[in-house]
Design a protein around this ligand. Structure first.
Ligand SMILES: Nc1ncnc2c1ncn2[C@@H]1O[C@H](COP(=O)(O)OP(=O)(O)OP(=O)(O)O)[C@@H](O)[C@H]1O
Length: 253
């Protein structure tokens, strides 16, 4: 199980930070983070509660005006954000939410296509409150996709969903990723979610990246496969959790 060797593509990286520091009062939450995420790379970010995951994501999304810090960061022009709460505007219909701020004659067509891709064809004229939690998250994914992002920053996008809906959303996100290939940085508390979806997993600890692990498993990934469990156990151990054994499947890789 190798540590991450670094991006392989020749395209410019989707994220590059150099000695990135963010502090609140006396507390240095991010401590000289050097991070490069390659174009099209799916990376998950784990860490204990309060380790600074959202602080890093906010810094990358440019939403942390007023937070003290130093260092350098570079991200592409087209960055989409997705959060635990779908953040659809309640006074706009679903399609209008998806295309909000998009210019051009084809915006509506592209919005419809994106809604179809996430399984919401026919719901264009619905109001956000008429959608279930999972459907709202799918609409939020469509809103992110329609901007053709080079980088998707996702902060616990499935955190508020029930277990079954989460599983469906995992499949959908990975499928959309494989079709569109943005770089993804997914913040999650869920180690299984990280290993299932990402090709690289980082663990943030005390303001530094303590683990940088390449996940070399074919997709779709079975959580019961012994190699999946090796990754999971290694990450749980890094997070200070004693891993529980999971019954294995005979025919899994
Ligand atoms: N606006 C703020 N003012 C003061 N302290 C803050 C602020 N935002 C975050 N912090 C502190 O910075 C630390 C890191 O917070 P952050 O939200 O980045 O952690 P996290 O790893 O995303 O946590 P969680 O997994 O619980 O969401 C925490 O101790 C938090 O209290």
């Amino acid at each position: 199980m190798a540590t991450h060797p670094g991006p392989l593509t020749a395209a410019p990286p989707a994220i590059r930070t150099s000695r990135l520091v963010r502090r609140f009062g006396e507390r240095e939450v991010l401590r000289e983070i050097d991070l490069t995420v390659g174009a099209g790379e799916f990376t998950a970010l784990l860490g204990r509660s309060g380790s600074g995951k959202s602080t890093l994501l906010r810094a990358l999304s440019g939403l942390d005006h007023g937070v003290r810090g130093s260092g350098e960061l570079a991200v592409p022009e087209r960055v989409s954000l997705s959060f635990q709460d779908s953040r659809l505007l309640p006074w706009l219909r679903v399609l209008d939410n998806v295309v909000l701020g998009l210019g051009g004659r084809r915006a509506e067509d592209r919005g419809r296509e994106a809604l179809a891709e996430v399984g919401l064809a026919g719901r264009e004229r619905s109001w956000p409150h008429e959608l279930s939690g999972g459907e709202q998250q799918r609409a939020a994914l469509a809103r992110a996709l329609v901007r053709e992002p080079e980088l998707l920053l996702a902060d616990e996008p499935f955190g508020a969903l029930d277990a079954l809906t989460r599983i469906k959303m995992h499949g959908l996100l990975r499928e959309l990723y494989e079709r569109h290939r943005p770089a993804v940085l997914l913040v999650t508390h869920d180690v299984d979610e990280a290993v299932e979806l990402a090709d690289r997993v980082l663990v943030l600890e005390e303001g530094r990246i303590a683990v940088d692990l390449a996940v070399d498993l074919p997709t779709p990934r079975s959580r019961r496969a012994p190699r999946f469990q090796e990754y999971r156990d290694r990450l749980l151990t890094a997070l200070g959790v004693h891993p529980e054994p999971v019954p294995s499947e005979k025919n899994d890789a």
